[in-house]
Write a protein of this length. Structure first.
Ligand code: B12
Ligand code: SF4
Lengths: 320, 444
């Protein structure tokens, strides 16, 4: 008797969000990415569709904090003070599928950069690279309202993702998103119910579900990664089992891992600090993908390279 | 899934004789399904039915042990697909592979033996050595094994498909119960004999498909080997990943016995790529991952990943609440407070140790939550902190009443001062600020 392979029959389908508008669509992007669209668990294309190899974006800043770890600073030493050049290097040398800029310099508690300055940065970025863009505020609610409104207008017609919408601050960013047909990143803090709540708040406010990508927080390796792993896995299972409001693609960042000194501090006992940091970031990102994330944002070029290679190997080879 | 009461009932004599102590066979079946009765209570059950019921009560993935003594490894006996459904019980074992014709076996093994990490109070290190017969020469294999055994007592994997080589290897191992790798469809009879004679677990290797693998494992079992480990063979990573999932599903969801065993995987690639393949095996369903290299910069994060994934979701790793003395404190030493989430404790204690300032660290019972999480969940509050200060006996150890609290919970300082009568000092938000802070604090 032939062995019957147990394939799950999922009823749900994860939405697909395409970002970046090509010239033919009225934008100026030279490439697009499609996030999501799966009807199977990650890399299990034999029982459904897993149509889009997860894209990997790279994360840059308008202004780099002084304590930005040396290990990730180094590959960009020549360009780190110029977001346009920084982005260009990410795309041209390191193959970033998208660029996410975090406008932390606009925060009144930090450099309090003006809207005009911020606008200049975003215009330069738009010129510098042709990949789809993500623009995140600094986490200051009032300032972000202005920064993201500006960003939405500057990037009109380009189909960006704006972020981060949070439970306590989502209205002005939703408006910024809707006014120019961008997408939005819904952030929630390690909790499946909060993730769901965010999608409900946004859709109640008028954002279409097909314009939402959710970020349920990827904790760093060694710093709560297991919580993230299970939250993402539960979100994905619930979505595939039919929970409509969770049928939204997931994008995670390895951002948090760069707060864990253990990952990159000098310490001979735990090996070369650069290799360790790179592997730490790659593992943090890969585990998010294995749990169910559809896209990643990362920082170190070699970590990106390794994860891309793993994704290629996982995506190919099996039945899709 | 386990058998239902009805499945069990079908296998009982159905005479309702009552000798088991229950009025009907169905009532007895229901107790059996709930594991509240033993099958032995029915004297009239047929041998076949008894065997069937007993084996269905066995765990979906067999528990297999490798090695002997205090470094023996247990693997298998997992019951869920996803860790949040319950927990993953037996952490994947990492094995370093050495070749029998390699000139530096001893130094390689020595280096791995010395590679020990401590993280959040747990020891982490490599678990096994896989010795591969590259030469094909039994004598060489045997001496390689002796060389390895001279340096470590971890369980071994003997890698050769030549029974004559394995036989010599087993002699060199003595009673140590290595894992034999591997039985194939060409050599399984001999390999099964060797495994039985030496009471060793045996890996079965078949890369052409799961059905073929199941066939082979059945034959090996019929030949009398109970402790089996599966090797799905070398194949593209995507394929291997899918099969690892399918094997786990077949075992757990279908109780498909021929694949109800732990799985061994050989990571491909080199350096970080090999490490990431090992990471994939760690997260999704390998019980042993064999690697060709063991660089500290890869192993430390990898072992951390294993520690994360194999943490019981219901209980975070914790330390005991109470007073911790760091750097040899005296009665005028500073007193600090934190929570008993192990990650929090070890981060804070590590930073205090770095400061070299003799200190008392009070650890509050937050049920294993971090400072911020516990604060948000009302498990680390002015009240619980006061209770700890009063009950732990710190007043008898110091001649002052001054306590340093985490910067993140500055908000509790007024109430804590009021409740406890202790002067409250707000420390840095991140404990990495403690070395500088504490030096200035005692200097002033
Ligand atoms: C992982 C996590 C969880 C895990 C729990 C992990 C655990 N075992 O504690 C889970 C998913 C269960 C969880 C749940 C909740 N969480 Co939570 N969680 C986190 C997260 C992401 C990381 C926490 C962590 O592990 N930090 C690492 C440890 C080492 O940090 P720490 O204990 O604070 O220690 C540091 C400092 O406080 C300081 N320090 C510690 N001790 C001392 C002592 C002295 C003397 C000094 C000077 C300094 C010092 O140094 C340490 C190192 O930097 C944080 C967000 C974040 N990135 O911080 C949110 C966070 C802590 N959670 C939060 C909340 C609100 C919750 C929930 C109430 C609701 C929710 N949905 O998130 C629940 C409550 C849980 C419950 N009811 O049981 C909030 C707290 C908000 C607030 N300001 O009070 C946070 C900040 C997220 C946020 N921004 O909203 N959470
Ligand atoms: S002893 Fe056996 S046959 Fe008799 S009632 Fe119980 S289960 Fe049925």
């Amino acid at each position: 008797m032939a062995l019957e392979l147990p394939k799950e029959k999922w009823v749900g389908k994860i939405g697909q969000v395409v970002i970046g508008a090509l010239e033919s669509e009225g934008g100026t992007r030279t490439s697009q990415v499609a996030i999501g669209g799966a009807t199977s668990l990650p890399f299990l294309g034999f029982e459904g569709e897993y149509p889009n190899e997860p894209p990997i974006g790279m994360e840059i800043f308008d202004v780099v904090r002084e304590d930005y770890p040396e290990v990730v600073r180094k590959p960009f030493e020549d360009v780190i003070d110029d977001p346009g050049k920084w982005a260009k290097k990410c795309v041209e040398e390191y193959g970033a599928d998208m660029i996410c800029i975090r406008m932390i310099g606009t925060n009144p508690e930090e450099e309090n950069r003006s809207i005009e300055d911020a606008e200049q940065t975003i215009k330069e970025l738009k010129e510098a690279v042709g990949v789809p863009l993500l623009i995140y505020g600094s986490g200051d609610e009032e300032k972000d309202a202005k920064v993201l409104e500006m960003a939405s207008n500057v990037m009109a017609g380009e189909r960006c993702l704006l972020g981060l919408a949070e439970e306590a601050a989502y209205k002005s960013i939703s408006v910024a998103t809707m006014s120019n047909d961008h997408g939005i990143v819904a952030f929630s803090n390690l909790d499946i119910n909060l993730a769901k709540q965010m999608n409900i708040l946004l859709t109640d406010f008028g954002v279409k579900l097909e314009n939402i990508v959710m970020d349920p927080l990827q904790a760093g390796l060694g710093y709560g990664l297991e919580y993230s792993y299970s939250v993402i896995e539960r979100i994905r299972l619930a979505a595939l089992m039919g929970d409509k409001i969770l049928q939204v693609p997931i994008m995670c960042g390895t951002t948090r891992m760069w707060n864990a000194r253990e990952a990159f501090k000098e310490d001979a006992a735990t090996g070369d600090s650069t290799s360790r940091a790179i592997f730490w970031e790659a593992t943090t990102g890969l585990s998010a993908l294995l749990a169910g994330a559809d896209a990643l944002l990362m920082r170190h070029p070699d970590a990106v390279k390794h994860v891309k290679e793993s994704v290629k190997n996982l995506y190919g080879g099996g039945e899709q | 899934m386990a058998l239902t009461a009805l499945d069990i009932y079908k296998n009982l004599p159905q005479t309702n004789c009552g000798k088991c102590g229950f009025p009907t066979c169905l009532a007895f079946a229901m107790q059996l399904a709930n594991k509240k009765a033993s099958i032995d209570a029915c004297p009239d059950i047929s041998d076949d039915a008894k065997e069937l019921l007993e084996s269905s009560a066995a765990p979906p993935i067999k528990l297999v042990k490798v090695g002997s003594g205090d470094r023996e490894i247990e693997m298998g006996d997992e019951v869920v697909m996803h860790r949040h459904e319950k927990t993953f019980y037996h952490p994947v074992a990492y094995a370093l592979m050495v070749d029998d014709d390699s000139p530096d076996i001893e130094s390689k093994v020595q280096a791995t033996e010395e590679m020990k990490f401590e993280r959040v109070g747990q020891e982490m290190q490599l678990d096994m050595i896989a010795v591969r017969s590259k030469s094909g020469d039994p004598a060489k294999f045997s001496s390689a094994i002796s060389a390895v055994k001279g340096k470590t007592s971890v369980p071994l994997v003997l890698v050769s498909q030549n029974p004559a080589v394995i036989e010599e290897g087993l002699k060199a191992c003595g009673p140590d119960r290595p894992l034999i790798h591997a039985a194939t469809k060409d050599n399984y009879e001999k390999m099964a004999e060797l495994a039985k004679a030496n009471n060793c677990p045996l890996a079965v290797l078949e890369d052409s498909g799961l059905e073929e693998l199941a066939e082979l494992s059945k034959k090996v079992k019929e030949a009398g080997v109970e402790d089996i480990v599966l090797d799905l063979g070398k194949k593209p990573l995507g394929k291997l990943f899918q099969e690892l999932t399918l094997v786990r599903r077949l075992a757990i969801k279908k109780l498909f016995r021929p694949l109800g065993y732990p799985v061994i995987m050989f990571a491909g690639g080199e350096g970080a790529s090999e490490g990431l393949e090992a990471a994939i095996g760690t997260v999704k369903y390998a019980s042993i991952v064999v690697m060709k290299e063991a660089d500290r910069a890869i192993m430390y994060p990898l072992l951390t990943l294993r520690q994360n994934i194999y943490t019981d979701p219901q209980k975070p790793i914790q330390v005991k609440p109470g007073i911790y003395e760091l750097n040899g404190p005296a009665e005028d030493s500073p007193v600090l407070i934190t929570t008993n989430f192990s990650l929090t404790y070890f981060t804070v204690a590590g930073d205090i140790e770095t400061s070299k300032v003799p200190s008392y660290l009070l650890v509050a019972d937050s049920e294993g939550l971090s400072v911020m999480t516990a604060f948000a969940a009302d498990k680390f509050t002015a009240d619980t902190a006061t209770e700890l200060i009063e009950s732990c006996g710190i007043s008898d150890k110091v001649n002052h009443k001054k306590i340093i609290i985490p910067g993140q919970v500055a908000r509790m300082s007024g109430k804590l001062n009021e409740n406890s009568g202790w002067e409250v000092v707000v420390g840095p938000r991140d404990s990495s600020g403690l070395p500088k802070y504490l030096r200035e604090y005692v200097g002033a």
